[in-house]
Design a protein around this ligand. Structure first.
Ligand code: FDA
Length: 362
């Protein structure tokens, strides 16, 4: 309940201004986010690799309702993958990338690309949202919006706006997946709110059939997920299981903590008994313990734990030292506001600490 209220409050422009303009914002952001540039992301990835941890880099930015911005985000990923390959960081999938399809056009509803903020967008944050002042810039050496969406001009789509958005996101994702393949690594498609689950799973599945290494993410909070997991627990399929970070309606999702945890445990059992590659994304000690015991029946390199940068770093290293594969999810980029809010909402104590530091900065 508190989490839902926090997510809704964070949609207010006033709260946004307070949080982003706060004098200690950068130190709080720095706990969870690598920094704003590719150089920052690479430095954090290098440090984690030297500690024996695997990495997934996420370029922050979601809900792009501007075609140029979506193209620039895709170009940023392609450029990042080139840099990872040049440094040998991506070899064998040691450093991979995670991506939200809304950042590369899934929500575009008009060929001109500005789309219309609709119910889907507002439901993500509980209110309307102007374009971010921190829009991604194309990486050095890359032309702005260089990506060519072959049929964007004049495309109308036969099944409404989602068809155009899906086509655009699919084309961008394919470029990223090809760049990842060339770099010897993988792409994982993040899960967003329930309104995009069908399209997200559909796109990832279609590209996985052609390129193999595309991972999907499922959220234990969603009632549908047990069914999705049964389909995804198939040979070679990389599936990240997480609790789910979005405020969802009761009809679609479990909202009580223990119901979400029980759903997580059921999905976990299915994934660990299946023949895919489970990626267990949680910091919850009880769920980590269940994973460990289910993992005894599998080889240690047939599944991995995943945690977020800034959350339980000691546990990350402890698990890795025990011989487990542990991947740290590392976001970077200027558009960090909503990512930070989701992290603060997961742990209201963090938010309280942050707000207290603003009231008495001395
Ligand atoms: P829970 O929230 O119950 O936390 C368990 C314990 O972990 C807490 O008691 C605390 O000790 C610690 N902890 C958790 N969050 C913390 C925080 N922010 N700060 C400090 N301590 C914290 N979601 C989604 O909807 N789509 C996605 O694609 C992804 N992707 C993803 C990747 C990876 C690698 C991870 C780890 C998580 C995600 N998530 C996600 C987020 C996920 O859905 C969930 O919101 C968070 O992981 C928090 O849930 P826990 O399972 O950690 O449990």
């Amino acid at each position: 309940m508190l989490r839902k209220a926090l997510l809704a409050a964070a949609a207010s422009e006033r709260v946004r201004g307070l949080l982003t303009g706060a004098p200690t914002a950068s130190s709080v952001v720095g706990r969870y986010v690598a920094g704003e540039s590719i150089q920052d992301a690479l430095a954090v990835a290098r440090a984690l690799r030297s500690d024996g941890l695997l990495v997934s880099l996420d370029y922050l930015g979601e809900d792009s309702i501007d075609a140029q911005r979506a193209a620039a985000t895709a170009a940023q990923y392609v450029h990042l993958l080139g840099r990872l390959a040049a440094e040998g960081l991506s070899d064998g999938g040691a450093v991979e990338v995670s991506i939200k399809l809304s950042a590369i056009g899934l929500l575009l509803s008009s060929p001109g690309g500005t789309g219309s903020p609709n119910g889907e967008l507002t439901s993500r944050m509980g209110g309307s949202r102007p374009p971010s002042p921190l829009a991604p810039v194309p990486p050095e050496g890359m032309p702005d919006g260089e990506a060519k969406i072959s049929d964007m001009q004049g495309a109308e789509g036969t099944a409404g706006s989602s068809t155009l958005g899906e086509r655009i996101a699919t084309e961008h994702l394919e470029r990223i997946v090809v760049a990842a393949r060339d770099a010897g690594t993988t792409v994982t498609v993040d899960a967003e709110d329930h309104t995009s689950t069908d399209a997200t799973l559909r796109i990832a599945t279609a590209l996985r059939e052609r390129f193999g290494s595309v991972g999907s993410v499922v959220q234990a909070a969603l009632r549908r997920t047990e069914g999705d997991v049964r389909e995804l627990a198939a040979p070679g399929v990389r599936v990240r299981l997480c609790k789910g970070a979005y405020a969802e309606p009761l009809a679609e999702a479990f909202t009580a903590r223990h119901d979400i945890d029980r759903s997580f445990a059921r999905c976990l059992r299915t994934l660990m008994a299946g023949s895919g590659y489970p990626m267990i994304a949680t910091h919850d000690p009880r769920l980590i313990a269940i994973t460990r015991s289910l993992g005894l029946g599998r080889s240690p390199d047939s599944f991995e734990y995943q945690m977020l940068r800034g959350v339980r770093p000691v546990e990350q290293r402890r698990l890795a030292a025990s011989g487990a594969r542990v991947r740290v999810y590392v976001p970077y980029g200027g558009d960090w506001y909503r990512y930070l809010v989701r992290r603060l909402a997961e742990r209201p104590a963090n938010l309280a600490l942050f707000l207290r530091s603003q009231l008495s900065p001395g």
